[in-house]
Design a protein around this ligand. Structure first.
Ligand code: NAD
Ligand code: UDP
Length: 312
């Protein structure tokens, strides 16, 4: 039985990961400060003797004897990470330093939840891991983008200098049950708006694209990456290459919910990337992984979750 630390374990992705790790027969320590996560996400695991919940902020050091660390602590929605940009940078950078220090002391393997945002508003399409990105270092998104880029650099430097066993995963837009209804990200916004018969808020003209991955596919990719030999460290893209415009997504949500909501067009936020699609050849080769849940099916499951959550 491995003892596995998940930072950000009460969040959307973290809570799915904790469930899967427990199911696979591991002991799980979930560390979270509940900034965007919630106890509701993990309530089914509380009481399981192999699950420990610790309220802790990763900006300060954390000590425990662990075999593996999944470092997910960081707000991921633009609305939340821009709420207190300084704190977002501290969480990414100091959180990475503290968790890498722990990995160094305990000789644990550590996986960093990085992001497609390290590519910024990309000038190549689809994005490959060897692309260095096109990031505005002083813009509204930079607290997140540069924080994550600095975390990747910290991971590489701990690996090179101290031989820490690292894995870097670059996650593309992920959605599914347990997203917060007020999370602010596009899939949860559109579904909640459609179910509540509110206007669907498209930012800009809706021609910008994203590639949406269902959370179960991501969790499978994370676990496979952690299980690769020590000489494979990534970074590796994990996402669903199916690319949709935001308007197409809105239309799908309306169709699948049978909603009468109307589309409204609001200003595009600063530095909103125009196009995003992962090249996943490396994940296919090294992890034997590819996504298996199409958008339509994943949306159905997510709509069912929000229907229950909103008491509709
Ligand atoms: P989320 O906001 O639901 O989860 C983040 C979790 O981290 C929350 O539980 C939050 O309370 C916790 N947290 C935040 N700051 C903390 C701190 N200082 N100390 C301890 N805990 C803290 O977001 P998510 O979508 O589950 O994202 C999880 C990770 O995956 C993040 O690192 C994010 O950057 C990365 N990621 C997510 C996506 C996506 O589409 N969901 C895409 C790329 C990368
Ligand atoms: N978006 C939108 N309406 C919303 C929320 C988001 O049109 O209510 C757009 C947003 O401008 C972006 C895309 O959807 O172009 C994805 O936004 P999200 O915040 O989900 O993720 P990110 O921009 O980080 O990929």
């Amino acid at each position: 039985m491995k003892r596995i630390l998940v930072t950000g374990g009460a969040g959307f992705i973290g809570s799915h990961l904790c469930e899967r790790l427990l199911k696979d027969g591991n002991e799980v320590i979930c560390v979270d400060n509940f900034f965007t996560g919630s106890k509701e996400n993990i309530v089914d695991m509380i009481g399981n003797p192999y699950f420990e919940l610790v309220r802790h902020d990763v900006v300060t050091p954390f000590l425990a004897e662990v075999d593996e660390i999944y470092n997910l602590a960081c707000p991921a929605s633009p609305v939340h990470y821009q709420y207190n940009g300084i704190k977002t940078i501290k969480t990414s950078v100091m959180g990475a330093i503290n968790m890498l220090g722990l990995a160094k002391r305990t000789r644990a393997k550590i996986l960093q939840a990085s992001t497609s945002e390290v590519y910024g508003d990309p000038l190549i399409h689809p994005q490959l891991e060897n692309y260095w990105g096109h990031v505005n270092p002083i813009g509204a998104r930079s607290c997140y983008d540069e924080g994550k880029r600095c975390a990747e650099s910290l991971f590489m430097n701990y690996h090179r200098q101290n031989g820490v066993r690292i894995k870097i995963i670059r996650i593309f837009n992920t959605y599914g049950p347990k997203m917060h209804p007020n999370d602010g990200r596009v899939v949860s916004n559109f579904i909640v708006q459609a179910l509540q018969r509110q206007d669907i808020t498209i930012y800009g003209n809706g021609n910008q694209t994203r590639s949406f991955q269902y959370v179960d596919d991501l969790v499978e990719g994370m676990i496979r990456l952690m299980g690769t030999p020590d000489d494979f460290i990534g970074p590796v893209n994990v996402g669903n290459p199916g690319e949709f415009t935001i308007r197409q997504l809105a239309e799908m949500v309306i169709r699948q919910t049978g909603s009468k909501s109307k589309l409204v067009y609001l200003p595009l936020p600063q530095d909103d990337p125009v196009q995003r699609q992962p090249n996943i050849e490396l994940a296919k080769e090294k992890l034997g992984w590819k996504p298996v849940v199409p958008l339509e099916e994943g949306l159905q499951k997510t709509i069912a979750y929000f229907t229950g959550k909103l008491g509709l």
